[in-house]
Structures are given as C-alpha cells and as structure tokens.
Design a binder for this molecule. Structure first.
Ligand SMILES: O=C1C[C@@](O)(C(=O)O)C[C@@H](O)[C@@H]1O
Length: 238
C-alpha cells in the first residue's frame, strides 16, 4: 500500500501570488494531504505582517482538514531566509506557540542547542518536529547521509528529511539507499530527496525506498526537480 503523503509547497511572496496559489490548491484539493508554508518568503515583512500571511494561508486550508507544515528555510540551506540563528530560534518558537500548525521544520544545522529548545517548545504546543538538512551543492555517500539521519533520531524528531543535489546517478542512488536503510531502522519517518531532474525518481519512489512525504508544487516550483502535485497524486494512486 502507498503511504507517502503529498505535500504542496506554497512559496508565493505577495498577496496576488498567495491568492493564486491558494485558489489553485483549493481547485485541486484532493491532490495533496499537507500544506507547507514557506515563511522565508516573507522575510522582508515585520513579525506581525509575517504572522498575518501565515494565518491567512492556514485559515484557507483548515476547512479542508489539511495538515500544515511551517518551514523557514534559511539561505544557507537554499532558502531566502536571512535571519541569524538566534532570530531563527525565536521565530520557530513563536510560530509553535501562536500558530495552529501540525509540523515545524527544524534545520538541524542550526545547532543541537537551538534544535533541542525548539523541540521543547514544539512538544509543549503539540507540534510535531520535522528535522531537516539540505545541501544544494553536493551529495555525501550513503553512510554520511545515514549519520545525519541517526543524529536527527538522537535529537528526537518525528520525521527526518534530507535533501541533496546530485552530480551523477550514483548520487541519486546514495539517497535511495540511505532512505531504504533508514526505513528499516526507524520505520516510515524518513524523507530523502535528490534534487534536480535526475533526482526526480526519489520524489516518486515507492516500496522500500518510499519517503514518508513527497513535496510538490501547485503554481511555481520551490526547489529544483519538484513535480506538480496533480502528477504526484496520479503516480501514487497507480
Ligand atoms: O525541504 C523541502 C524539500 C524541498 O527543498 C524540495 O526539494 O522539494 C522543498 C522545500 O520547500 C521543503 O522544505
């Protein structure tokens, strides 16, 4: 049975783009299970306006019983977020405290102390922790990918996501092998993404190497190699 949930990443920056994405997503509401809000696209806004945008998106999908992931992707991991690690920690904690979300994405490279303190606040507010790690330049070998995932498990997350950029097919295979091995160890909690065109097969993998979540787009892709959610739904219902 296919148990990969489809996530739609929303990355519209301004009101027009946000409305367009919400409309398209609502028109294709059965093509995804979870909504990812990319908070880093609101980086230029103050805390209050940032919060308003996030709440607006949450309110658009709650009536459809969609789960919500809040992600603030920092520039060092391929996003547009320019906050310092101290600001990053404060933002994630505030989001857990005041927003009605299901998952918070925590970049483990922000450090063990920050990760632990965000996890504590998330737990206190019934928010699940999606541990993440991205490298937009390269892919380490399978053992190194597995040590990142082991670390995420030690830190105490609910889902473990790694995303890498491949240089060749062998790099894509390393991600697939790491997901397969980590699933044996930890169960269906692992997400392994190889970005770009050649990595697309990691986004549609089924069986032993299937990820717990696969991220797709509705209006514009938020990462290289992302697939439209309607296509993902077709692939995963075959
Ligand atoms: O970590 C991920 C995965 C992703 O980078 C992708 O490659 O689809 C897209 C991001 O929005 C998300 O937070």
């Amino acid at each position: 049975m296919n148990t990969t949930k489809i996530v739609v990443t929303l990355s519209g920056h301004n009101d027009d783009e946000i409305r367009e994405e919400i409309q398209k997503a609502q028109d294709n509401i059965d093509d995804f299970d979870i909504v990812e809000i990319r908070g880093d696209v609101f980086d230029a806004l103050n805390r209050e306006d940032h919060g308003k945008k996030v709440r607006f998106i949450i309110d658009a999908f709650r009536p459809f019983n969609k789960e919500i992931i809040y992600t603030y992707r920092t520039a060092r991991e391929g996003g547009s977020g320019s906050k310092t690690t101290v600001e990053y920690e404060a933002l994630l904690k505030a989001v857990c405290e005041v927003m009605d979300i299901d998952y918070i994405d925590i970049e483990v490279q922000s450090g063990d102390k920050i990760t632990a303190s965000v996890i504590e606040t998330a737990r206190a507010n019934n928010v699940k922790c999606l541990m993440s790690h991205h490298d937009f330049k390269r892919t380490p070998d399978t053992d190194d990918i597995l040590s990142v995932i082991n670390k995420m498990d030690e830190l105490g997350g609910d889902l473990y996501k790694v995303a890498y950029f491949p240089q060749d097919e062998a790099d894509v295979d390393s991600v697939t092998e790491a997901v397969t091995a980590a699933r044996k160890e930890y169960g269906h909690k692992v997400i392994g993404i190889s970005m770009g065109e050649s990595g697309k097969r990691t986004r549609t993998a089924q069986g032993d190497s299937a990820s717990a979540l696969t991220y797709g787009f509705i209006a514009r892709d938020a990462a290289p190699g992302q697939i439209h959610v309607t296509e993902l739904r077709k692939i995963f219902t075959k």
